[in-house]
Design a protein around this ligand. Structure first.
Ligand code: ZN
Length: 397
């Protein structure tokens, strides 16, 4: 069976992510389907490809002819790659889509000292989110001598073990010449997918939203609003009736919106049903003006059977990144401190209303948050006008 998997490529912006992704996707074999041209492209993922498994030797390949022994290989994964902004100040954007991710490729360039601040923060985020499938691609090895490459390898090794990732594979790659990319494919092929997740209630996280109509389209020909994102768990299918939280703000309060799914498209084409591991564009019966210009980004889409909690106050058990609390923030979370919260795809400001031991209460500033008890809340605190990842907690109320 072909499984779907979303992989995040993280690392500092100058580390050669784009070239690496091109090499992974082996662009000559990318399948372009006609459906993609019909207008609800998602623009969330920036590459997608198949990983096949050889029927004879078991090696993973980027196409149906084994790159190791030449025999026939069968599709194993449909891989969607999402891009994470390399800039530190954009970290909180990365976190929005991160709960959709099952694996990550951490890109580290050999021509810089490791870790760069961005790399460090990305790894912290990966740890907090709980991404288990990880591999390091050491890039730009061709730009430095063998000595520096070895030195850098040692730096990476130390950085990883300091963070508790002693067994993580480090693969030196030379993306432009396709050297060792197949080794990286072997590691990604071994990533594991949590199949249980498809059986849960549907939770779609909206990362983007669009109005796909050209200006001046006749009302009778208008297409409904399109939501771009993915399922954290459960499945959604064409014809499903769903609710979007927090919905729209009218008369001083938030009102969840009901709608129906009329089309689902992934990077691989039309889908009748979609589960976790795919970046999807979902066309709905929604008034397209409601989804214009990412206005529904951060929303949660659920079935009507399992409504989430929907409040402007949450209580969490909080665990800070201890070293950072000491060296960067220089003090513990304070009552009345304004924090930035990432919960599911939502990103909202809140004010700390109570702190006692590891229990923290937060009141949201002018917003309502849909969540399920047990969901993760990621907290960023402000340092010199930049939101810096500070810790995470589990919502218990
Ligand atoms: Zn083979």
């Amino acid at each position: 069976m072909v499984e779907d998997i979303i992989i995040d490529v993280v690392g500092s912006f100058a580390d050669g992510k784009t070239t690496l992704v091109r090499a992974l996707a082996n662009e000559s074999t990318l399948r372009h389907s006609e459906e993609r041209k019909r207008g609800i492209t998602i623009r969330l993922g920036y590459a997608h490809f198949f990983i096949c498994k050889c029927n004879k030797c078991g090696a993973f390949s980027r196409n149906e002819k084994c790159e190791t022994c030449g025999q026939k290989a069968t599709p194993h994964f449909r891989v969607s790659i999402i891009d994470s902004p390399g800039h530190r100040t954009l970290m909180t954007i990365m976190l929005g889509g991160a709960s959709l991710v099952s694996g990550a490729v951490l890109v580290i360039a050999a021509n810089q000292k490791c870790p760069q601040p961005q790399t460090e923060e990305h790894l912290e985020a990966i740890k907090i989110i709980g991404v288990k499938n990880l591999v390091v691609a050491q890039t730009k090895v061709d730009l430095v001598g063998a000595e520096r490459a070895r030195q850098n390898y040692k730096e990476i090794k130390e950085f990883l073990s300091k963070n508790g990732f002693n067994d993580m594979k480090i693969i030196p790659v030379f993306s432009i010449n396709d050297i060792n990319i197949i080794e990286l494919i072997q590691e990604i092929g071994k990533f594991t997918v949590d199949e249980e997740k498809s059986n849960e209630k549907p939770e779609m996280l909206v990362v983007r939203s669009f109005d796909v109509n050209k200006p001046g389209t006749e009302i009778s020909k208008l297409s409904g609003g399109v939501l771009g994102g993915g399922l954290k768990e459960g499945e959604l299918g064409v014809g499903d009736k769903v609710t979007i939280y927090p919905g729209i703000f009218i008369k001083n309060s938030w009102k969840p919106v009901n709608t129906e799914i009329i089309q689902i498209q992934s990077e691989f084409g039309q889908e009748q049903k979609a589960g976790p591991g795919l970046t999807i564009g979902v066309k709905t019966k929604l008034d397209p003006s409601l989804s214009r210009r990412d206005s529904l980004a951060g929303s949660l889409v659920t079935s009507n059977e399992a409504p989430p909690n929907f409040k402007n106050k949450i209580a969490i058990t909080y665990s800070p990144l201890a070293e950072k609390e000491k060296n960067v923030f220089k003090k513990q979370l304070q009552k009345n401190e304004v924090v930035l919260l990432n919960v599911l795809a939502a990103k909202v400001l809140g004010t700390v209303s109570s702190v006692s031991n590891d229990k923290v209460g937060i009141t949201l500033n002018n917003s309502y948050l849909p969540y399920y008890t047990g969901d993760k809340a990621i907290i960023s605190r402000k340092v010199e006008n930049v939101w810096v990842l500070a810790g995470s907690g589990t919502i218990y109320d």
